[in-house]
Design a protein around this ligand. Structure first.
Ligand SMILES: Cc1cc2nc3c(=O)[nH]c(=O)nc-3n(C[C@H](O)[C@H](O)[C@H](O)COP(=O)(O)OP(=O)(O)OC[C@H]3O[C@@H](n4cnc5c(N)ncnc54)[C@H](O)[C@@H]3O)c2cc1C
Length: 305
């Protein structure tokens, strides 16, 4: 019987585990991937907004986190795929056959990028699909590219790519870009970034790698093809809640509902970090929520480190 099982080893889960360990709780972290860090692996830009630390990217911040993780005394299983979970009984069964029992659960499963579900999207992964403007800009230098989405991430990536690509076409289904003004204002006529609003990409095409996208503009016009060698999709994220969504209260977008103690509507089941729909989905928010959940659990179990 564990005191706490934490599901997910991104910044939120790692912080919770660190705090649980400090408070003397018997803690097990289950991470389905074969490495810890969550979205930190996708942060290729410098991180300058985590108080007290500036790093070149997410990997470097993870290295710093890992020093504390390695020195701590909690159990951490990577490659731990959960087969089923009963939140009320607080029982977890792993695909590898283990059955685990715990007094409390902390859900720290984060989010994943939303996909379009259009032909070509999966097929051209690694063959013209751009994962990050910052990381991949040199690979696509001199090529025409398309960015799908209209929020901060889409426009910021478009601007990074525009530094090295002859043309960048942003395709956004809304009436105007949603990106903050500082980004949207930099997309000006005459600039090499063209924006198609009220438009969707319906197909990504090519032979062995991306050669074109098919764009459908609102108003019934016929779809047309645009020749590009790279496509970057930034249309938001979705919470990783499929495993337990039916067992607790979630909002209309599937994010777990929590109170100010990070507790869900199921007693002794907590949710922290991006999966709990924070107003600011950030590393500092995730690590702070981890501390809150650990402190609440320790107090309930009468442990104070
Ligand atoms: C490109 C990019 C740039 C960013 N830049 C910044 C920045 O500059 N500053 C900042 O503060 N934030 C930034 N963020 C946001 C920040 O990375 C997230 O807010 C933070 O990683 C959230 O941490 P988390 O632990 O809640 O979730 P995640 O980091 O998503 O981690 C969740 C973990 O749970 C695991 N998991 C999921 N489902 C299961 C399951 N069923 N069983 C077991 N494990 C599971 C996942 O594999 C993952 O390891 C950025 C994000 C991106 C993508």
């Amino acid at each position: 019987m564990h005191d706490v099982i934490i599901i997910g080893a991104g910044p939120a889960g790692l912080s919770a585990a660190f705090w649980c360990d400090e408070l003397g709780l018997d803690t097990l972290v289950l991470e389905q991937a074969d490495r810890i860090g969550g979205q930190l692996h996708r942060v290729h830009n410098p991180i300058g907004n985590y108080l007290g630390l500036k790093t070149r990217n997410g990997e470097e911040l993870l290295e710093i986190f890992s020093r504390d993780v390695d020195a701590a005394d909690f159990d951490l299983w990577t490659g731990a795929v959960i087969d089923s979970i009963d939140l009320r009984a607080r029982r977890v069964s792993l695909r590898s056959g283990e059955s685990l029992q715990t007094i409390s659960i902390i859900i720290a499963t984060g989010v994943h990028p939303r996909s379009l579900g259009i032909p070509g999207e999966q097929e051209f992964a690694g063959k013209g699909m751009i994962e990050s403007g910052t990381r991949d800009r040199d690979l696509f230098a001199g090529q025409d590219v398309c960015v799908i989405g209209g929020g901060d991430a889409a426009v910021e990536n478009a601007l990074v790519l525009a530094e090295v690509c002859p043309t960048v076409t942003v395709v956004h289904r809304g009436k105007k870009l949603r990106a903050r003004r500082e980004f949207a204002e930099r997309v000006q006529p005459g600039h090499n970034v063209t924006v198609f609003t009220e438009s969707v990409v319906t197909r990504i095409m090519g032979d062995t790698s991306v050669e074109a996208v098919e764009i459908q503009r609102k108003g019934g016009m016929k779809p047309f093809q645009l020749a590009v060698r790279g496509v970057l999709i930034r249309i938001g994220v979705e919470p990783n809640t499929e495993l337990f969504r039916e067992q607790l209260a979630v909002n209309e977008n599937g994010y777990v509902a929590v109170n100010s103690e990070q507790e869900t509507n199921v007693p002794m089941v907590f949710a922290i970090g991006d999966v709990s729909n924070p107003i600011a989905p950030t590393i500092s928010g995730a690590t702070g929520a981890g501390a809150t959940a650990a402190k609440v659990i320790a107090a309930r179990l009468n442990r104070h480190g």
